[in-house]
Design a protein around this ligand. Structure first.
Ligand SMILES: [Zn+2]
Length: 261
């Protein structure tokens, strides 16, 4: 398995919140997407970012208020499909997409891969804050019952995916949306965990006394469905990240993405 780290939803520039001593520079909020070359199941995407349809019709698919707030660049070259083509593949080579949740900046790219199986928890399909126009093409859903899986690194209800090697796992991380998931991917001898929007700033998981990002925490508070559950999951992610066995990152932190690029 080979894992590529892409930014498929670059947005408004944000400042680091680590204080004046921080070596970090301001950077555009990211849409961290994993492109996984699997041995037996073709290409797999973790999150789909903003798609070509969103860029063609932003008012209909992203909605003007959100575009104003998030400031996406709306550059076709940043979409997953264009980046995959730039690597020498075709859209049809993507056979599986595993969105962490169905918010517009994570699901807009699904329509660029209409033949791919889209794996998610049932609770996310039932009510995930979806933007209907992005899903009008009728994704090929493969929905999993919550709480019916195995235990993985202390997380329960973890599922392997139909037709996908056991190196990719769906990890329940509710709170941001009802069926929000992390996606674990084995990369050589280590595990990566894409935590989606379970948190939005590295300071929430990389130190014993967490630091939130003032702007990103406002975004989180405006969208999350269960703060108590989300914070309990962040506490578990912090333990996991600090334990060093699994590399944890979220969707929108550009400084986490920079570790891999
Ligand atoms: Zn998001």
């Amino acid at each position: 398995m080979r894992v590529h780290h892409l930014d498929c939803a670059p947005m408004r520039e944000i400042e680091p919140a680590d204080g004046p001593e921080s070596p970090l520079r301001p950077a555009p909020a990211a849409g961290h997407v994993l492109l996984v070359e699997t041995a037996s199941a073709g290409l797999l995407l973790v999150d789909a970012g903003i798609g070509l349809g969103d860029i063609e019709r932003p008012s209909e698919r992203l909605l003007d208020d959100w575009v104003e707030m998030a400031g996406p660049t709306l550059d076709p070259a940043a979409t997953a499909v264009r980046q995959i083509e730039a690597l020498g593949y075709a859209a049809a080579d993507v056979r599986h997409v595993v969105p962490t949740h169905l918010h517009r900046d994570h699901a807009g790219g699904l329509s660029d891969f209409p033949d791919a199986a889209v794996h998610l928890f049932e609770a996310e399909l039932a009510d995930g804050g979806k933007t209907p126009a992005q899903l009008a093409h009728g994704p090929k859903w493969v929905a999993y019952a919550d709480a019916a899986g195995e235990t993985w690194h202390g997380f329960e209800g973890v599922r392997s995916l139909e037709g996908v090697p056991e190196d990719v796992l769906l990890v329940p991380l509710g709170g941001h949306t009802p069926g929000h998931a992390g996606v674990a991917v084995r990369d050589g001898d280590r595990w990566l965990l894409h935590a989606g929007d379970a948190y939005m700033y590295h300071g929430e998981v990389d130190r014993p006394e967490p630091v939130t990002h003032p702007l990103m925490d406002l975004v989180q508070a405006g969208g999350e469905v269960d703060r108590e559950l989300r914070l309990a999951n962040v506490a578990r992610l912090r333990e996991l990240a600090r334990g060093g066995e699994v590399e944890v990152f979220c969707a929108h932190d550009p400084w986490e993405l920079a570790r891999y690029r």
